[in-house]
Design a protein around this ligand. Sequence first.
Ligand code: SAM
Ligand code: SF4
Length: 555
Amino acid sequence: MIKYNRILNKLFVDTFRPRICRRLASSSSRPQLKSGPDLQHFLATSQTNSILDPFVVTRNLPIPYINENDLNGNGAKVFIRTYGCQMNVNDTQITSTVLKNSGYELVDDINDAEIVFLMTCAIRENAETKVWNKLKELSLLKINGKIKQIGLLGCIAERLKTEILVKHQLIDIIAGPDSYRDLPKLLAINRMTGQNAVNVLLSFDETYSDIMPTISKSSVTAFVSIMRGCDNMCSYCIVPFTRGRERSRAIESIVNEVKQLSNSGVKEVTLLGQNVNSYRDLSHESNNTSISLVPGFKTVYKPRLRGFTFDILLDEVAKVDPNMRIRFTSPHPKDFADEVLHVIRKHNNICNCIHLPVQSGSNQVLARMRRGYTREAYLALVDRIRQLIPDCALSSDFICGFCGETDDDHKLTVDIMQKVRYMSAFTFAYSMRQRTHAFHKLSDDVSSDVKIQRVNQISQLYRDIALEINKSFIGKQQLILIENVSKKSDNYLYGRNEANLKVIVPKVVIPVVDQNQSSLKLIEAGDYVRVDIQDCTAITLMAKPICHQKLSHLP
Ligand code: SAM
Ligand code: SF4
């Protein structure tokens, strides 16, 4: 790992240091260092580690001029704005814990903050554009003196590293997805020296296992990160470059976190990972020699044979609390071996709801995407899922307009959507990302107009199908978990069914179904409620509540 870090750091230092030094030297807006360490000091520090750079602070290295007191935020107020996926939401929660443990106070309103972090996403260009626009706003607040420090966290931080310092000289701190523990140190260095503080090292082992994410006290749902990184190298995707190699948390640490969440009243956990079902806890020697790959699917990496796999983890997590719902995202279809499907079927509290990103229905496009499967193998997996879990809701991701995608390829994508009939779908126009295989070897030759046209067509089709499916629920009963008050009216609450669809119900008093007693209770967040579906749109159901019912009392 040290060797890996050294290579990364050397690349970083050799490529960017001269440019940044020149730019920063000429920056008049940057606070000038009056006393304390200078460049020589940093270089002297690097005697212990020849890779240390003035703009890079390597994790776990003591910095001689920083003591415990300097790491303390002394109540400084921090606001974190999160962009992107659930993984980023969870990273924000982890970062919040790190900062709170160091004496910082997290605030919900940016106007109350003196330090602002942006938790960023680099997966598509438009995700990045949003961050750049926000940075322009923040820069003004900094010039006006309202904000003292600005930091960029997450995937863009990893992707653009020093370019950011050159382009946005008002950014003070840059921390990649594996460096959040270092934030108190980075904040202190910047505060004390006026220098930019950067740590974008990717790690082979960072999982933040021992950090309990900060969630709101009233939260009914929570994320639990179980693995990080991705080894798949789909040709369009930047994730393996920004998030690094796959690594999984030890099973006990995950189960303990789920127990704590259950004890604190959380009623639903979503296990998270870039490839959540590739989970493999290698901290245990196990006799598990199966490859656990779906027939017809292949990987670009050598099959792993050791360790505890996702089915084992899922089984353990489901046993923690039979009244706690379990979901997981984002999975890869290749890892839905029968073992996983059997565990989902076995436990009432694991939602019968599987995200099965297909990306395209054309074999030619799938091959260029390096997805490791054909449409036939994918459709066979859909059949297998429906055979073992008949009422399972399926959702998917689609990329329209990938390199070389023809009208016929697109028709095959339309066709696969019609065949599978997903309950929900995320549709994206292909966005070329630097460093990926497609960037180097393929041509982004589908015009943006055609990409948008295809995305619109697929999205409309998904909504039409979803509406048909939802209509078929009218008059049927479902169990929903109430999450909160409806945004439109305090007299209504919203919850979610197993398929993760929003269900709106009036806030009323209903019977409690319990073998030992009969009583009445007002519906509130955290309740499981049996409802009668009465109306729907493509994305929401409207229902009449019937009674409170425990998840564990389901037949
Ligand atoms: N690991 C999951 C899988 O492989 O199925 C998906 C996780 S990925 C972070 C989320 C989704 O972003 C992908 O399924 C894909 O549809 C979309 N995506 C990734 N790279 C993209 C790109 N360059 N352009 C457009 N969409 C992209
Ligand atoms: Fe990206 Fe998912 Fe492919 Fe990994 S498996 S490279 S996260 S699309």
